[in-house]
Write a protein that binds this ligand. Structure first.
Ligand SMILES: *Cc1c(COP(=O)(O)O)cnc(C)c1O
Length: 237
């Protein structure tokens, strides 16, 4: 495993190459560093390399790590929440995040809306879709995605940015590609739905260490990368 600066550069090259293959501008794809289980020192190192988006999976872990990262890295960065979110963790999460990418049900959106509006701020959100049909996956079903997007976009204090998915958990990249292409079709359905607040919600957060080329070919505007930056995670305890 190389150091984080080398991994960051290699990742930027992968993104640029994947964009080149399909004629996209590399600036149209942002990289979010998925930082679950990482130490603050390593997260600060990624920020020093140029990362500006951090993705967190657990509320308590985020609350522990973000202040320590801020102490090490004085520059700007944004925290996105990308994991399963219980409604009773919303207030804790709101202290750190600019964006919640894992909105998969209306009661969660309602809680986020009340929290954001109560603070007089606007929170960016993505609707998470279960694009693979795997039972263990979070996300609204593809059939319910447009309706949920319309309902979320109508809530005060929230700004719908687009759709997020964790693609099929398979070494078969054709299967993963189907997940990403489904999300891209749903995104077109959402932005052309005519529902208030949806026409600008064309972001596509999809693609991880293993499948980011496939995701970029399918139109990803944000890839979420952990292993390719930090190396294999230690097992959760
Ligand atoms: C961990 C995680 C990622 C990054 O996965 P890697 O395979 O380590 O790149 C992306 N998205 C979500 C939601 C994650 O939990």
């Amino acid at each position: 495993m190389n150091g984080i600066p080398e991994q960051w550069r290699a990742l930027e090259e992968r993104v640029a190459r994947a964009c080149g293959v399909v004629g996209r501008d590399p600036a149209s794809v942002r990289v979010l560093a998925a930082v679950k289980t990482q130490d603050p020192e390593r997260i600060a190192e990624v920020l020093a390399c140029g990362a500006r988006l951090l993705g967190h999976n657990r509320a308590q872990e985020m609350a522990d790590v973000v202040p320590r990262v801020r102490a090490l890295w004085p520059g700007d960065f944004e925290n996105h929440f990308i994991g399963a979110l219980q409604t009773n963790k919303v207030n804790q999460v709101m202290r750190y995040v600019t964006c919640v990418q894992s909105v998969d049900r209306l009661d969660l959106a309602g809680k986020l809306s009340r929290a954001a509006a109560g603070e007089g701020r606007v929170l960016d959100v993505f609707v998470e879709v279960n694009s693979s049909g795997e039972e263990t996956k979070a996300g609204v079903t593809p059939d319910g995605a447009v309706a949920l997007c319309g309902a979320v976009a109508a809530l005060e204090g929230l700004r719908l940015r687009g759709l997020m998915t964790v693609g099929a958990n398979s070494p078969d990249l054709d299967l993963v590609r189907e997940s990403h292409e489904l999300l891209a079709r749903l995104s077109a359905d959402v932005t052309s739905s005519g529902l208030p607040g949806t026409s600008g919600a064309g972001e596509l957060s999809m693609g991880m260490s293993r499948d980011l080329e496939v995701a970029i070919a399918a139109g990803a505007t944000m890839v979420r990368v952990g292993t390719a930056l930090f190396g294999a995670r230690r097992p959760a305890v």
